[in-house]
Write a protein that binds this ligand. Structure first.
Ligand SMILES: Nc1nc2c(ncn2[C@@H]2O[C@H](COP(=O)(O)OP(=O)(O)OP(=O)(O)O)[C@@H](O)[C@H]2O)c(=O)[nH]1
Ligand SMILES: [Mg+2]
Length: 223
């Protein structure tokens, strides 16, 4: 057995692959290759096979885009190594919140650089507008840069139709500080409560509720 598929999640040394053929193969060994020394990441296209009950990824296809964090080596950014978070993405939804946690443009700017570097289209999504309106003056610079930004509330659903339209038929990844509402937005989009949502503490920091990335397939018709 074997065949092409898309890597949906990585758990330690194991990859969860969504096979194109649509039948089960929940977890296979991740592969480290010369081209991809850190192995497959969510969004990678690859071939996997099962022999004697043990599954493994046997090849990883070329990446048409990637979201990359640069990790300093020996404390030096000049020697930084690429750490790929996700591959073959069309859109990165950079999620921020108007409040709780407070709006922090610095991380947005870092993600914009990552998008430019990896060939991913950025969309800024300012969440929690039911609690506080977005700071239009602070966001005007992104309009000037030609970056789309939208304001939403995962809680009330306001603005979510606009986000849904932007993501139609796209492979997207949601990034942003802990507690801004990434899991809540995915649950609101898919109409499911599949991802755990964590309260923001009294210090208004998130709790890093979601520990790893998972690809979720959804169609607006099913929500
Ligand atoms: N009022 C309000 N609260 C929201 C909204 N979206 C999310 N929250 C709340 O914010 C808290 C954090 O939401 P999560 O969806 O867990 O945030 P996350 O970005 O996935 O956080 P991590 O997984 O830790 O990175 C939860 O208490 C949510 O109920 C919103 O639009 N309005
Ligand atoms: Mg989460």
């Amino acid at each position: 057995m074997g065949g092409p598929g898309t890597v949906a999640a990585i758990r330690g040394q194991t990859a969860v692959v969504l096979r194109d053929a649509g039948f089960g193969e929940p977890a296979v060994n991740n592969l480290k290759t010369e081209d991809y020394p850190d192995g497959a990441v969510p969004g990678d296209r690859g071939e996997s096979e099962i022999n004697d009950g043990a599954g493994r990824i046997v090849s990883i296809g070329p990446r048409r885009s990637k979201l990359v964090r640069l990790r300093a080596e020996h404390g030096r950014m000049a020697l930084a190594k690429e750490h790929v978070i996700a591959a073959n993405i069309d859109v990165a939804v950079i999620v921020a919140s108007t409040t709780s946690p407070p709006f922090r443009p610095r991380l947005i700017d870092r993600y914009l650089v990552m998008c430019q570097y990896g060939g991913v289209e950025p969309v800024i999504c300012v969440n929690k507008i039911d609690l506080q309106q977005p700071d239009d003056a602070a966001l005007a610079i992104y309009t000037d840069l030609g970056v789309t930004w939208i304001a939403v509330s995962a809680e009330t659903g306001e603005g979510m139709d606009r986000l849904q339209a932007l993501l139609q038929s796209k492979t997207a990844v949601l990034v942003g500080h802990s507690g801004v509402g990434k899991s809540s937005i995915i649950n609101a989009l898919t109409g499911e409560k599949s991802l755990q949502v964590g309260a923001v503490g009294t210090d208004r920091r998130g709790q890093h509720t979601t520990g790893s990335s998972t690809m979720v397939e959804w169609s607006p018709d099913s929500s």
